[in-house]
Design a protein around this ligand. Structure first.
Ligand SMILES: NC(=O)c1ccc[n+]([C@@H]2O[C@H](COP(=O)([O-])OP(=O)(O)OC[C@H]3O[C@@H](n4cnc5c(N)ncnc54)[C@H](OP(=O)(O)O)[C@@H]3O)[C@@H](O)[C@H]2O)c1
Length: 282
């Protein structure tokens, strides 16, 4: 039996769906059932059951808003994972490529020193550090550019698809490079890590993202093509869309530790985008 917090988010939903499909018992805890900053409620819900792992999919993800509300971001992204780890149940926590500054163009290794550019990135790094120093068992999976094609989710894919349906032309930045990652692929990767027993060891870091990389512009163009839409995508520089938070220009995660632990590599980001088949290796 596993417990999933943030179960109504795109990753939470994917994880609950896949674990249930595999016959794994799941306690799905959306925000209405569990506010992850509420320590009494955490003890009440998690202290009562026998869980193999808690998978924390709850997060404060509003990257620009976090610049003005860092307290909220830190409460959900740093304090809450530490609270969850206090239950003595192995914790699987999810973090982000935004802990890196994206200055170097080489792959980001799990051993590289983080250097966040934004309040969101700082709050996610604080969550990682709290867990790594907590003495708890578990693992932290950093991912990037997470999206789901399922209706009702909120992400870059959904925004581009909606805009491309409404407009003849859209502009997208071409100087931010990363690796689009399908939420369903990440859910599979998390369940693979659990099956490999990685969550039972002292807290450690893994990376998982779609293989390869692209710019936001290339990702948007691929979405328009994959969805068969008639919309021109125009490349622009980041400066064309002034935003509150700075974002890494080039953050591509090396997944070699994941590949070594699970014996399988992530599929390519474009294959995941274009395929109607789920990446099912379990
Ligand atoms: N999205 C990306 O591009 C991306 C990239 C890299 C890493 N990540 C990481 O991947 C993980 C999963 O992200 P996601 O894209 O699935 O996020 P998501 O779709 O935004 O889901 C996050 C969920 O957490 C919930 N939540 C927020 N505050 C909470 C609280 N105090 N208590 C309980 N639940 C709370 C949200 O509820 P509300 O909707 O009610 O706020 C939402 O259902 C996160 O750790 C995120 O930082 C995401």
């Amino acid at each position: 039996m596993i417990a999933v917090t943030g179960a109504d988010g795109q990753l939470g939903q994917a994880l609950v769906r896949r674990a249930s499909g595999l016959g794994i018992g799941v306690l799905a805890l959306g925000r209405a059932q569990l506010d992850v900053t509420d320590s009494a409620r955490i003890s009440q819900l998690l202290g009562a059951g026998r869980f193999e792992a808690v998978v924390n999919c709850a997060a404060y993800n509003a990257v620009d808003r976090a610049e003005d509300c860092p307290g909220e971001a830190f409460a959900v992204n740093a304090y809450a994972p530490w609270l969850l780890a206090q239950q003595g149940i192995p914790l699987v926590h999810v973090s982000t490529d935004y802990v890196f500054d994206g200055v170097s163009e080489r792959l980001c290794e799990v051993t590289d020193a983080p250097s966040p550019l934004s309040a969101y990135g700082l709050s996610k790094r604080a969550g990682e550090a709290a867990l790594l120093e907590s003495g708890a068992r578990g693992l932290i999976v950093r991912t990037a550019w997470l999206y789901s094609k399922r209706e009702g989710t909120r992400n870059f894919f959904q925004t581009i698809r909606r805009l491309a349906r409404e407009r003849p032309e859209i502009s997208v930045v071409d100087d931010q490079v990363g690796s689009p990652t399908l939420a369903e692929d990440l859910a599979e990767a998390i369940l693979l890590l659990i099956r490999a027993g990685a969550h039972c060891r002292p807290m450690s870091l893994f990376h998982f993202a779609g293989k390869g990389s692209c710019s936001r512009f290339e990702f948007a163009r691929a979405i328009v093509r994959a969805e068969g839409l008639d919309c021109r995508v125009r490349p622009v520089h980041t400066g064309a869309f002034p935003s509150r938070a700075r974002r890494p220009a080039h953050a591509v995660l090396s997944c070699s530790r994941f590949e070594h632990a699970c014996g399988v590599a992530p599929r390519g980001w474009l294959e995941a985008l274009e395929s109607r088949e789920a990446w099912e290796v379990l």
